[in-house]
Design a protein around this ligand. Structure first.
Ligand code: MG
Length: 376
């Protein structure tokens, strides 16, 4: 049995190359990266990470440093799902999602990374080989990325110009923000985007929870006819029945999940008919272990699984399942700190074949940013 020797947690402020905006979070100029570096009793290492949109990251780090690190030392690295359950119940009183799920995600990802690296396999293959409901494969299936623009404030000409750049860099699917003060503005912008893309390039829109249920139904009907793959996060994430109404009465497939931080929440939204595209985020739902559980529930309900953010990790998870939808790709500025960021070639993501998740963070460069110590 291999045991956890040490757990190191850090929190870094990652400045964005350009500020971005959506309908709920306003203008964002930095994200927070919370990392876990784990070593085992044989000298093996694993890295996990989660992120925030600029606030709360030091609380995640505190949970890791002040509670989980010491408790995890000496635990077995071998039975990750069992350890995840014990972590969940240890933090249950202050958790059941939220900050606890972020901290657990960083640990769980590091454990899977460590295990896959010890096995000498890329993470996607290791999952297919070791998780009972997944199927082994000689080569990874196709993973189709889309460029997730965080572009609500961009004037239309800038929006189209940036999209053109994304097409030139290899993307063959695009997502844009909606939720402008006037619905007519959204319709005008999405129409302009559809004209730029033509009929062959898939297009999604993301409202970041901006609307009431009735507003969302009105918006979905106004956007119907523009050949959208999905409408994402039309309303408050925990309004299960509201999502089902929007799906029924609005006429567009609904995607959601980046603001759900537990498997139980996903089970509610999926089984109540609220969504067509479950969108778990491995870094905010508690890690790879619960991400796979959400994917399993999705498959049981006949739904494809898509992703939110952290594409360097999600490329492995979509390659590990047989019911994958699109891979969201958006920068968050992290690519400048990764040795080999995700590569896109002619509409497809290159699934890494390095052992583990293969994300090598530039620790010296991160350290030069300084630890995040005070609230924004
Ligand atoms: Mg989104």
């Amino acid at each position: 049995m291999t045991r956890i020797e040490s757990v190191r947690a850090d929190c870094f402020r990652i400045p964005l190359p350009t500020a971005v905006a959506d309908s709920t979070h306003g203008t964002m100029d930095a994200f927070q990266l919370i990392t876990v570096r784990l070593t085992d009793s044989d000298g093996g290492t694993g890295v996990g990470y989660t992120f925030t949109v600029g606030h709360g990251g030091t609380a995640v780090r505190s949970l890791l440093r002040d509670d989980l690190s010491e408790w995890l030392a000496g635990e077995s690295c071998d039975e990750i799902a069992e350890l995840w359950q014990r972590m969940w119940w240890r933090l249950h009183w202050v958790g059941r999602g939220g900050v606890a799920s972020f901290a657990m995600a960083a640990v769980d990802i590091a454990l899977w990374d460590l295990q896959a690296r010890r096995a000498g396999r890329p993470l996607w293959r290791h999952l297919r080989e070791t998780v009972d409901w997944l199927t082994p494969a000689d080569s990874p299936p196709t993973v189709t990325p889309y460029a997730g623009g965080i572009d609500l404030d961009d004037p239309i000409d800038v929006l189209l110009e940036r999209t053109q750049g994304r097409l030139e860099s290899g993307f063959r699917a695009i997502k844009m923000k909606v939720g402008r003060p006037q619905l007519a503005e959204d319709v005008e912008r999405v129409t302009a985007m559809r004209e730029l893309l033509g009929s062959d390039i898939p297009l999604m829109v993301d409202a970041n929870m901006r609307w009431s249920v009735d507003e969302a139904i009105t918006a979905a009907r106004a956007l119907d006819g523009l050949d959208l793959v999905w409408l994402e996060e039309p309303t408050a994430p925990e309004d299960w029945d509201g999502h089902a109404r929007i799906a029924d009465e609005g006429g567009l497939p609904i995607a959601a999940g980046e603001n759900l931080h537990s498997v139980a929440e996903f089970r509610e939204l999926i089984t109540r008919g609220g969504i067509a595209y479950p969108e778990p985020d491995v870094a905010t739902v508690g890690g790879i272990t619960p991400w796979l559980e959400v994917a399993r529930i999705s498959a049981e309900n006949g739904l494809p699984t898509t992703t939110h953010g952290v594409h360097d990790l999600h490329v492995h998870l979509l390659a590990a399942i047989d019911h994958a939808s699109f891979l969201e790709v958006h920068g968050f500025g992290l690519e400048q700190f990764i040795a080999a960021p995700l590569a896109i070639g002619d509409g497809q993501a290159v699934v890494p074949d390095r052992p583990g998740h293969g994300v090598e963070l530039a620790w010296d460069k991160l350290a030069s940013l300084g630890q995040k110590t005070t609230p924004e």
